[in-house]
Design a protein around this ligand. Structure first.
Ligand code: FAD
Length: 414
């Protein structure tokens, strides 16, 4: 490793790659340290016999203004601009048209209140209609969207995302993870399988300690998740306590994916969707044969994702097959085979799904994104005040942090 690199980027996810792209060609030497043996972080496409599947980010949210859309186009990646099947229940299975309309109205009313008349408590659950029969459904949606129960979601934070989103969700047939990992600029020193164990402040520099040696750059861009910052895997100097406190207020929720392969003739139609049980907050949401592939993507959030992580992948697959068999009939059981599953909360260098602010703490995103002493700079999805919890929010945060570093190096040349 280059012990005298000007800048060390900790983490090779979307934020670290964004920072590396901004800094490449600026006349500074850069090292990227990544704990996992691969780059991409929460962007990870795995190849399966049924085609590539994304265990982490899969949709180009706000795709019309998403920088990854442009990067895909510039580098020859196909972009699928068709609509998604979300929100529709295939043949109204287990969820009558009338109930779907009532549930959707409850969600729209709740969203309107969050955006236009947020509760004084800032607790998203306080905007629920008391006595509404659709609270379990809204909790399930909160799990998918925010990774946690409404009681733990800041209404202000949720509204900031909602206002910024353009609701265009496009897809990448080769995988979002494939695109993001391929976007690391060439010519940058990237060190996969290299965990940063400690940062210490030394003179005007910083010591970055790893099992493979110590680097002493002029600036560090820290892109690790909030659960990593709030945990104990990296020892940080006490001067960074306010950043760790902000990270505690922006925890990662729980989000996991399971992929089932469809074998043989089945009633599963391409580009269709079902929610497992609209009365169960732990239920999965199932995207059937995305892009025509013989696959069902089961998405779990909040309590459902926690239960899957606690019970292990065999139990989670069995639960998913049970929910599908209840809707489509038990004849589908032999047609469904486990293909791939995520374990984000069980991956120590990630620790969960994506960040949400606890009630009263939406401004913690700005606190987390501030630089420290022109030496330690912070990026990562959680530092983005409106596009948090996304790969494009992470990318923008990396660009922002890189520009802060460049400005500080210019202001105090060696
Ligand atoms: C199931 C799921 C579905 C999602 N779906 C979407 C979606 O459809 N669209 C979307 O836009 N977003 C989605 N997201 C969110 C998106 O994936 C993330 O917001 C984004 O990838 C985060 O990028 P990041 O660079 O901020 O963090 P990360 O990807 O977590 O990168 C940080 C990196 O730091 C590394 N690291 C941690 N500790 C250390 C250490 N001590 N030393 C060295 N390296 C370390 C980690 O291994 C990691 O690679 C989804 C996420 C999940 C989990």
């Amino acid at each position: 490793m280059n012990s005298e690199a000007d800048i060390v980027i900790v983490g090779a996810g979307a934020a670290g790659i964004g920072a590396a792209r901004r800094l490449a060609g600026c006349g500074v030497s850069i090292s990227v340290l990544e704990a996992l043996p691969r780059i991409g972080g929460r962007a990870w496409t795995v190849q399966t016999p049924a085609g590539p599947v994304d265990l982490g980010c899969g949709y180009l949210h706000s795709a019309d203004r998403n920088p990854w859309t442009r990067i895909a186009e510039d580098t020859g990646f196909a972009v699928h601009r068709g609509p998604t099947a979300w929100g529709q229940q295939f043949r109204d299975l287990g969820f009558s048209q009338e109930d779907q309309e009532a549930a959707w109205t409850a969600f729209s009313r709740w969203t309107d209140r969050i955006v236009t008349a947020p509760p004084a408590s800032d607790r998203a659950s306080d905007a629920l209609d008391p006595g509404s029969p659709w609270s379990a459904y809204l909790q399930a949606l909160s799990g998918y969207i925010s990774g946690d129960e409404l009681e733990r979601i800041s209404a202000t934070d949720y509204a900031a995302y909602s206002r910024a989103s353009t609701n265009n969700n496009w897809r990448l047939p080769d995988g979002y993870g494939t695109l993001i990992a391929s976007a690391m600029p060439t010519g940058i020193r990237v060190h996969p399988g290299t965990s940063v164990e400690r940062l210490s402040l030394t003179g005007r520099r910083i010591d970055v300690h790893t099992p493979k040696g110590t680097l002493r750059p002029r600036a560090v861009i820290l892109t690790v998740s909030t659960n990593v910052l709030a945990g104990s895997s990296i020892t940080l100097p006490p001067e960074l306590d306010p950043w760790c406190e902000a990270a505690c207020r922006l925890p990662l929720g729980n989000n996991e994916k399971l992929f089932l392969e469809i074998v043989g003739d089945s009633p599963f139609e391409p580009e269709s969707h079902v929610i497992g049980n609209s009365r169960n907050p732990e239920t999965g949401t199932y995207y059937i044969r995305p892009l025509g592939r013989p696959v069902i993507e089961c998405f779990l959030g909040g309590a459902g994702a926690r239960a899957a992580a606690a019970g292990g992948s065999d139990a989670a697959f069995a639960q998913a097959v049970d929910e599908l068999a209840t809707l489509f009939g038990s004849s589908v059981r032999p047609l469904l085979r486990p293909l791939a599953s995520s374990s984000w909360s069980g991956t120590p260098s990630i620790g969960g799904g994506y960040s949400h602010a606890l009630p009263g703490y939406a401004e913690s995103r700005l606190v987390l994104g501030r630089p420290f002493d022109n030496r330690v700079f912070f990026a990562g999805e959680a530092t983005n005040p409106a596009d948090f919890s996304t790969a494009h929010g992470a990318y923008h945060s990396g660009i922002r942090a890189a520009e802060e570093v460049l400005a500080s190096l210019e202001a105090s040349p060696r």
